[in-house]
Design a protein around this ligand. Structure first.
Ligand SMILES: *Cc1c(COP(=O)(O)O)cnc(C)c1O
Length: 373
């Protein structure tokens, strides 16, 4: 559905890093990758880490979030967002989404903040998610966070290369996190990055990521740390990928356009995220199927494609429906439940070749033709 897009350039960068002798989780490629990312995104600091999840975890710790705190987050996300909140000792509070984008509904956020303030709950941070590479409504969310006096830690894991009001995602929020997992727009095979303008947050995250080691020659520790730094070899892979990021996003955009054309005249089917995707990175393209209008369901399309070996997947199952997060509080209105029922993500990877794309398109056309007759 979205497999890694790597080739000769990546091979060369990794080989060079290997031959340089910098194999440890520190080295010139880690520094260079951080500098390249900070420049591209427009942040003062970037800290390369072993995963996006690790970056979310340490961002929360660096902001002092811990036991007894609530973190308001999107219910429509991948479990990593909520997992990181639980690692910090805080409790996630799930907020439902706008039906068009799946992104956190600012009106529900506002209601939650008001209600929680009245009950005296300790809300320590807001963690919105840029779903499938479309930025959340940062302007409204940041105003609400500002009024409440709490930080926004943006989970931009899916949105590298996207922008909002002309400014890159990752530059919005007090801190933001990217993921370089194998299925994202670019990959280090596994990795992540914390982006911030706050010097204290950046150095706290660096310190916590290297076992909270004090600056002494012997190993001195005054608190619990983590082993979360990115290796120099993987940072080299990241630098190669970053140099190709715009091309890879362009390819994903073409793929989205293919699907848009394919479904344009099909009743009851919308490309998820709406018509306005100029600022999105088009990480994944999904369709939302209104079964009563279309005469078929997302599940039926998924099964038909599965029969000819084309991988598809439903949209994220909302966190408030996950058995492991059942006990946590939420403000939900059915929007994410409906998206989970009616959404289907189609093959979207930039490594997909023209003939593979044609095969997917033909399989969908066959399905549609069979339904229309
Ligand atoms: C991929 C992803 C993460 C986690 O990133 P990893 O690098 O896989 O740890 C976090 N949040 C969201 C929304 C993601 O899609």
């Amino acid at each position: 559905m979205s497999s890694p897009d790597v080739g000769a350039l990546e091979e060369r960068y990794i080989l060079e890093a290997l031959r340089s002798g910098w194999i440890a989780p520190l080295g010139p490629d880690v520094d260079g990758f951080e500098t390249d990312m900070a420049e591209r995104i427009g942040r003062k600091h970037a800290v390369a880490l072993s995963s996006g999840t690790a970056a979310l975890h340490l961002a929360l710790l660096a902001r002092g979030v811990g036991p007894g705190d609530l973190v308001l987050t999107s219910t429509m996300t991948f479990a990593a967002t909520a997992n990181a909140i639980v690692y910090s000792g805080a409790e996630p509070y799930f907020i439902d989404c706008l039906p068009e984008t799946g992104n956190m509904d600012p009106a529900l956020l506002s209601e939650s903040l008001q209600e929680l303030e009245q009950t005296g709950a300790r809300v320590a941070a807001i963690m919105p998610v840029d779903l499938l590479g479309k930025a959340v409504d940062y302007r409204t969310i940041q105003v609400l966070a500002g009024e409440a006096g709490i930080p926004v830690i943006a989970d931009a894991a899916e949105s590298l290369g996207a922008s909002y009001m002309g400014r890159p995602t990752g530059s919005w929020g007090d801190d933001a996190v990217f993921s370089f997992n194998g299925n994202k727009v670019m990959t280090t095979s596994g990795g992540g990055m914390l982006m911030t303008d706050d010097e204290a947050v950046a150095s706290k995250v660096r310190y916590l990521a290297t076992q909270a080691r004090q600056p002494t020659l012997h190993y001195e520790h005054t608190e619990i740390g983590f082993n979360y730094r990115l290796s120099n070899l993987l940072a080299a892979l990241g630098r190669a990928q970053l140099s190709r990021l715009d091309d890879m996003i362009e390819r994903r955009r073409q793929i989205r356009e293919h699907y848009r054309e394919l479904f344009a005249a099909v009743p009851g089917v919308e490309i998820f995220g709406g018509a306005n995707d100029a600022e999105d990175n088009c990480w994944l393209t999904s369709v939302v199927v209104n079964e009563s209008e279309a005469g078929w369901s997302a599940k039926q399309l998924s099964e038909a494609l599965g029969d000819v070996n084309v991988e598809t997947r439903p949209l994220w199952k909302p966190m408030h429906l996950q058995p492991v997060f059942q006990q946590h509080r939420r403000r939900v209105n059915g929007s994410s439940d409906r998206l989970f029922e009616s959404g289907l993500t189609l093959p979207s990877g930039s490594a997909m070749k023209e003939q593979e794309m044609s095969r997917v398109v033909q399989a969908i056309e066959r399905f549609l033709t069979a339904r229309m007759n």
